[in-house]
Design a protein around this ligand. Structure first.
Ligand SMILES: Cc1cc2nc3c(=O)[nH]c(=O)nc-3n(C[C@H](O)[C@H](O)[C@H](O)COP(=O)(O)O)c2cc1C
Length: 315
């Protein structure tokens, strides 16, 4: 029997595979046994009701999907009344993804959601900070540190912080989140992207720009997970283009303690459970008793420290 359990930011998960926020909903219970997942991660919720971005919101490109869904939200009362009881009937821990336009709003929402049915908060700080210049909180270390500090003070729940891959300062941002009290990092959200319709000469998305996800982003985000895992002491959860067992293993080797699967579920609804089965088989083949033996096991014979000057040294 292979031990697939992992310890991630205050929680012990039965296995390291969970959905990426926004790519998973209750209806998927027709396709997979929810009790097999390492955890649930909800679509990001906000305090207020939100309609989301103008249509069209999704366009496919080779190897990926560009979406500008925005964060349509039915608000907290709906979530507490309908969504929470639904997940409470299953075994995996529930991680609730939240977003807000200010650090104070983030903290209020985290406090409101500090309930026994919720196992952890995932703060999606890839959203605009309206009190500064509208740039996402996670673009810079200072705004990351400020919002994570407020969140930390607002809830005793394990706090996962989801970063954006669109910053050039990722190791600094990761360090700031850790210093402010994050229990784990999720690396990463989607990569800012665009597509143009050659018939109309108009952008394909109603919002002009959107976020790229799917296999196309995997090598980029894998590198970012490697950088972050070498920089911080808290667990890193890898998220970006994971479709197969091999993708998940690559992320674990790069230093991820767990993985989130997003776009792949749209193509293959059973992608997550297929990956879980595949991880057990991979360990068997490699004669490993525990999946955790793979975490950070990439061999870098060239150097103790990465050679590229812009990679932050291990702290
Ligand atoms: C349709 C769609 C909706 C998404 N909604 C959210 C969201 O509400 N909150 C969030 O943090 N990330 C959201 N994401 C980003 C995913 O959680 C994930 O970070 C990203 O898609 C990369 O993983 P993937 O390549 O496996 O899809 C969304 C992605 C897609 C494709």
């Amino acid at each position: 029997m292979i031990d697939l359990s992992v310890r991630v930011g205050g929680l012990t998960l039965a296995n390291p595979v969970m959905p990426a926020s926004g790519t998973f909903a209750e209806g998927l219970d027709k396709a997979i046994d929810f009790n097999r997942l390492g955890a649930f991660v909800t679509k990001t919720i906000t305090r207020e009701l939100r309609a989301g971005n103008p249509l069209p919101r999704v366009v496919e490109r080779p190897g990926g999907l560009i979406n500008s869904i925005g964060i349509p939200s039915k608000g907290v009362p709906y979530f507490l009344e309908h969504t929470l009881p639904y997940y409470a009937s299953y075994q995996p821990p529930l991680v609730v993804s939240i977003s807000a336009p200010t650090a104070e709003d983030f903290a209020h929402l985290a406090a409101e959601l500090t309930r026994p049915e919720i196992s952890a908060i995932e703060a999606n700080i890839s959203c605009p900070n309206i009190e500064e210049d509208g740039k996402a909180f996670a673009m810079r270390a200072a705004s990351t540190e400020a919002v994570v500090r407020q969140l930390r003070a607002a809830t005793p729940l394990p706090l996962w912080v989801k970063l954006t891959p669109n910053t050039g300062d990722l190791p600094e941002v990761a360090n700031a989140a850790e210093a402010a009290g994050a229990d784990a990092l999720v690396v990463a959200n989607t990569i800012l992207a665009m597509a143009i319709d050659l018939q109309t000469f108009k952008p394909c998305l109603g919002n002009v720009m959107g976020g790229l996800s799917g296999p196309a982003v995997k090598p980029i985000v894998l590198r970012q997970v490697y950088q972050c895992a070498r920089t911080v002491g808290i667990p890193v959860i890898g998220c970006g283009g994971i479709s197969t067992t091999e993708d998940a293993v690559e992320y674990l080797l790069a230093g991820a303690t767990a993985v989130q699967v997003g776009t792949a579920t749209f193509v293959q609804p059973a992608a997550m459970t297929t990956i879980i089965d595949g991880l057990a088989k991979f360990c068997e083949r490699r004669e490993l008793d525990r999946i955790s033996d793979l975490i950070g096991a990439v061999i870098n014979e060239e150097a103790d420290e990465p050679e590229l000057a812009w990679v932050a040294p291990r702290s």
